[in-house]
Each structure stands twice: as structure tokens, then as C-alpha cells.
Design a protein around this ligand. Structure first.
Ligand SMILES: [Mg+2]
Length: 265
């Protein structure tokens, strides 16, 4: 089901696709809500130990509830997310998780799959040459491998995420020591080569599945915000309606979205 601010929707449908780019979250937005996050997919590898899984799950169980709690202060949340992500990377290194394990996650359909219609959506955006910037607090290496596997790693897609670095095939840390977590996943931090692709485009379609995702954008450009609401629907509906122009409830497919946002066809 799609709830849209009709005025915004009309306005979005009236813009030129040459003046638009897409800024999107990945986990639960490009993938299905019931897919594991790119982090969680690592646990599904038969080669990881129970000790490793337990340590990560302990972190997840402690920190995830803050991630989806819309009532705690931003300042408090930022510090909690930083802490979580730093501990995650430390745990990967401590248990000597390998590049092979990371790539396995992207190649296993039972752990990660596209939201319905997403493959066709990405292809259509490529055909229309609309830049897509994926900003994710997940694992960039997994996102990239996942897109490659489904022949969707198009040149109009740019990934800004945590890219793990390896030494002799074992995780040592993240590229440039840059942690992307739910509260700094923001286009302000995009590298210059990505920014240069979008400077001439004045309209942004933002896709996310958390109210925090609206912070991906920080600009005077026209922003059209679309939020996927699949988890704890009732208690999060009001904040979603306040923050997003278009709210997609209960596993909305990209086909349904494109039936409303006609410029994406
Ligand atoms: Mg997400």
C-alpha cells in the first residue's frame, strides 16, 4: 500500500528525468525487508564460529533497539551508533573473518534478496541514465558483490559505504578508517568523484526504510522522500507520515512505486 502526498507526487511526476538523481539506502530498501542486513549475512556462513556469531549478536541485540527507537535524542543515538560500528569492525578483525566469507554472503539468495521489482527498477534507471547513489551503513563489499551477481552493477550506481580492507585475505579494518553508520550516512560525505555526477541535477528522490534515512540529504535542492515501512508499522506510521512524502507500507514492490511515480518508467 502506498500513502502519498498527492501534491508532492504531482510535482515529482512533472520534473525532467535529466534533472533527477536517486539517493538510496540499501538494506531493507533495495533488498527485501526480511533479507538480512549486509552485516547479518556474514553470520550465515558455515565457516564462521559460534563464538564470533554470539559476540556480534550480543552487539546487535544491544544496539539495534536504539537504531529503530524514534524517541531517543539524536546526540545519544550518534554516540551509540559510532560505538556499535567500531565494535563490529573490531570483532571481524579479532575473529579473522576472511574475504571469502564476506563474498559468500552476497552470493547466497537465502540470506539476501532484492525487494520485488528492484532489479527491473535498477535496469530502468540505468537505461534512463539517472544516477543512483547508494549510501549504506552496511558492508560496501557485499553490496557491490550482490549487484555484480545479479548483473546490476551499472555504471550509474555509486556506492558509499563501509568497504572492508583485507591483509592476506583477512579483514584488517575499513577503507580510509571511514565508518558509515546510520547517523553519518549523508551525501555531505560523498567523495568528489561521486558529487561531480550530480551537481547539475536539482531534484532528488530519496529512498529509505528508517526515519533516520531522511538525513542522507542535506541540500537546498528539491527532495522527494519515499519511505518503506515494513516493521512495527502501527507505532512508526505517524513519524513516517511526518517525515516522508510517500510512505510504502507492507513490502511494497518497485513495480507498484513505478505505477505511481510515472517518470521512473
Ligand atoms: Mg535500511
Amino acid at each position: 500500500m502506498i500513502l502519498a502526498n498527492e501534491k508532492k507526487l504531482d510535482s515529482l511526476n512533472s520534473i525532467s528525468i535529466n534533472d533527477l538523481y536517486i539517493l538510496t539506502d540499501f538494506d531493507g530498501t533495495i533488498t527485501k525487508d526480511n533479507s538480512d542486513s549486509s552485516w547479518a549475512t556474514i553470520f550465515k556462513n558455515p565457516k564462521v564460529t559460534k563464538e564470533f556469531i554470539d559476540e556480534c549478536l550480543k552487539l546487535f541485540n544491544y544496539y539495534h533497539k536504539f537504531e529503530i527507537d524514534e524517541s531517543i535524542t539524536l546526540e545519544k543515538k550518534i554516540s551509540l551508533m559510532n560505538e556499535w560500528y567500531r565494535k563490529n569492525i573490531e570483532t571481524l578483525a579479532k575473529f579473522e573473518i576472511t574475504e571469502e566469507i564476506i563474498n559468500y554472503a552476497a552470493n547466497n539468495e537465502s540470506v539476501m534478496s532484492f525487494r520485488n521489482g528492484a532489479i527491473e527498477f535498477l535496469k530502468a534507471m540505468h537505461d534512463k541514465n539517472i544516477p543512483i547513489i547508494i549510501i549504506s551503513a552496511g558492508v560496501g563489499n557485499i553490496i557491490e558483490q550482490f549487484l555484480i551477481r545479479y548483473n546490476c552493477n551499472y555504471p550509474n550506481i555509486y556506492i558509499c559505504s563501509n568497504f572492508l580492507e583485507y591483509e592476506n585475505g583477512i579483514i584488517k579494518g575499513v577503507r580510509n578508517n571511514n565508518l558509515t553508520h546510520p547517523l553519518n550516512k549523508n551525501e555531505v560525505y560523498l567523495p568528489q568523484n561521486i558529487k561531480s555526477k550530480i551537481t547539475d541535477r536539482n531534484n532528488i528522490l530519496l529512498l529509505g526504510n528508517s526515519v533516520l534515512d531522511i538525513n542522507m540529504v542535506n541540500t537546498s535542492k528539491n527532495v522527494y522522500k519515499l519511505g518503506f515501512l515494513d516493521e512495527k508499522i502501527e507505532e512508526r506510521l505517524d513519524p513516517f507520515k511526518e517525515n516522508f512524502d510517500i510512505v510504502c507500507i507492507n513490502n511494497t514492490s518497485y513495480d507498484e512505486i513505478r505505477s505511481k511515480i510515472k517518470i521512473l518508467n
